[in-house]
Design a binder for this molecule. Structure first.
Ligand SMILES: [Zn+2]
Length: 336
């Protein structure tokens, strides 16, 4: 097994714990993801996102730099098991030495406050993927959960099935896409509005990702991609990562709670491969950023997913592509 996963929020959870004075390390913790669970699950590479909830920070750069410090501190302590990577050769040399790899990503383009110098500084710090927006509008563009004109209404509850088709990237967002392409930083459209997705698809010269998004035809949340978007992402050589969040997997009646099943993940995989082909699908667990998936409660359970793919009729070649090859191909092409 060589599991490659494009998204988890474990570092942000550890950061939160540290701020609260609660113990927690990357090596061992009670979260979805730690090094012991990854080892048991057969991991080759994990993307560790620095996720920032923008309203909680006066200056988001402070937060992202503190989290990056925590990431490197944890990796230094655990260099026997895992090491940071910033290019393809790093991944290969870790693999040949029997170590896992960690890639640094940022989930919230607002940390750059629209300043390309901050984007380049994050690149120099080792960040190789940036999710342009989370669920708030920022200097770069609009997310899919913001519902324009309605957010100020009393008791506002966003409609998770209503995609934003009108507000995409800002001018600064387009400039960031160009600069990320030039630098070799992967553009991540998860959370971005539908209009923003199409702006990226038009403007990006290199393949891009939806690091943790499923298929909207299978589960109607607007965080998932519709078939047209899946086709376009695949045509551009991009990859989307299967998200294990129960709410993004299965439609349920209003007021009911979604339960996470492996069968639901397999349904999304089948649909995405049917629509976009075998080269556009990878993993993007969203571990430690989601409600626990009942059948994949942590990283050590991932072999069950591989078994389920085989039972569902995926070939070994297809399974390898989904578990690691597609994402590694994209990394090699984009980050070098
Ligand atoms: Zn997310």
């Amino acid at each position: 097994m060589n599991i490659v996963d494009m998204h988890c929020d474990t570092i942000s959870e550890l950061y939160k714990r540290k701020k609260e004075g609660a113990p927690g390390s990357l090596r061992e913790n009670g979260l979805h993801m730690d090094l012991g669970k990854m080892k048991k699950g057969g991991y080759l590479l994990q993307n560790f996102a620095l996720f920032l909830h923008l309203p909680s920070f006066d200056n988001p750069l402070d937060g992202v730099l503190e989290m990056a410090d925590l990431y490197y501190e944890e990796l230094e302590k655990n260099a026997d098991l895992i090491r940071p990577v910033t290019c393809w050769e790093d991944i290969e040399s870790n693999r040949s030495e029997g170590r896992m790899s960690a890639m640094l990503t940022v989930e919230e383009g607002g940390v750059c406050m629209g300043n390309p110098a901050f984007l380049r500084t994050l690149y120099r710090l080792g960040v190789r993927m940036l999710t342009l927006t989370w669920n708030f509008p920022n200097e770069l563009g609009w997310p899919n959960l913001e519902q324009p004109g309605e957010k100020d209404k009393k008791d506002f509850v966003p409609d998770f099935r209503k995609a934003n088709n009108s507000q995409g990237l800002t001018e600064t967002g387009f400039a960031f896409v160009e600069e990320m392409d030039r630098l070799g930083m992967i553009i991540d459209v998860s959370h971005l509005s539908d209009a923003g997705f199409y702006d990226v698809a038009r403007a990006a010269k290199k393949p891009f990702v939806a690091s943790h998004s499923n298929a909207r035809a299978v589960c109607g949340w607007c965080r998932n991609l519709d078939d047209d978007m899946i086709r376009l992402l695949a045509q551009k050589g991009g990859v989307m990562g299967l998200n294990y969040c129960p709410a993004f997997l299965t439609d349920v009646a209003e007021g009911e709670c979604a339960h996470g099943t492996i069968a639901a993940i397999v349904e999304h995989a089948k649909h995405i491969v049917n629509v976009g082909g075998s080269d556009c699908l990878g993993l993007g667990s969203d571990f430690d950023g989601i409600k626990t998936h009942e059948e994949l409660p942590d990283a050590s359970y991932i072999p069950l997913l591989a078994d389920a793919f085989a039972k569902a009729g995926f070939t070994n070649t297809q399974i390898d592509k989904i578990l690691f090859e597609n994402v590694l191909r994209l990394y090699r092409e984009v980050i070098g």
